[in-house]
Design a protein around this ligand. Structure first.
Ligand SMILES: Nc1nc2c([nH]c(=O)n2[C@H]2C[C@H](O)[C@@H](COP(=O)(O)OP(=O)(O)OP(=O)(O)O)O2)c(=O)[nH]1
Length: 138
C-alpha cells in the first residue's frame, strides 16, 4: 500500500532499442484501460515472477520476440484513476525474432533524439520514461 492506501500494481516495461538506435512504442488494444494510447511494451508482473520473467512473458505475448537480457533503467510511480502503478523500466537490446503486433496493436519505431514521438497520445507515465531514456543515453 502507499500513502493514499491504494494497492500497488507492479508493472514491467521494456524499451526495445534496435541497431539504428530507435525505440519501440505500441498502441494499447481495445478493451484495456487507456485503449488507443501509445505505451512502452510490457505489462503487469504476476505473483512469483521477477521483473525480467514478466518482461520475457509479456514481450513474447505482445510482440512475439524472445528477449535474452535487459538493463534496469528506472522505477517510476503513477497514480491513475483505475490503479496506482509502479513501473520497473528496462532497456532491451538483445532479442530474437522481429517485433510484431501479436494482439492486433499498431507499433511504431521512434527516433531517440526526436523532441517527441511521432504518434500520440502517450500514456501519462510513458513521458518520464522517455525523458529518463534520453538522459541515460546522452
Ligand atoms: N506496458 C506499459 N504500461 C504502462 C506504461 N505506462 C503506464 O502508465 N502503464 C500502466 C498502464 C496499466 O495500468 C499498467 C500496465 O498494465 P496492462 O494493462 O498493460 O498490463 P497487462 O497486459 O498485464 O494487463 P491485463 O490485460 O493482463 O490485465 O501500467 C507503459 O509505458 N507501458
Amino acid at each position: 500500500m502507499n500513502e493514499i492506501n491504494r494497492p500497488i500494481t507492479v508493472v514491467a516495461a521494456g524499451i526495445l532499442i534496435d541497431s539504428e538506435n530507435r525505440y519501440l512504442l505500441g498502441q494499447r488494444p481495445a478493451g484495456k484501460p487507456y485503449a488507443g494510447y501509445w505505451e512502452v511494451p510490457g505489462g503487469k508482473v504476476e505473483k512469483g515472477e521477477t521483473v525480467f520473467q514478466a518482461l520475457q512473458r509479456e514481450l513474447q505475448e505482445e510482440l512475439g520476440i524472445a528477449i535474452r537480457s535487459s538493463e534496469e533503467l528506472t522505477v517510476l510511480e503513477h497514480d491513475y484513476p483505475h490503479a496506482y502503478v509502479r513501473l520497473y523500466v528496462s532497456i532491451i537490446r538483445d532479442w530474437t525474432g522481429t517485433p510484431m503486433g501479436c494482439e492486433g496493436q499498431a507499433l511504431s519505431w521512434e527516433l531517440i533524439g526526436a523532441e517527441k514521438p511521432s504518434v500520440e497520445p502517450l500514456l501519462p507515465a510513458a513521458w518520464p520514461m522517455l525523458e529518463c531514456l534520453r538522459r541515460f543515453l546522452a
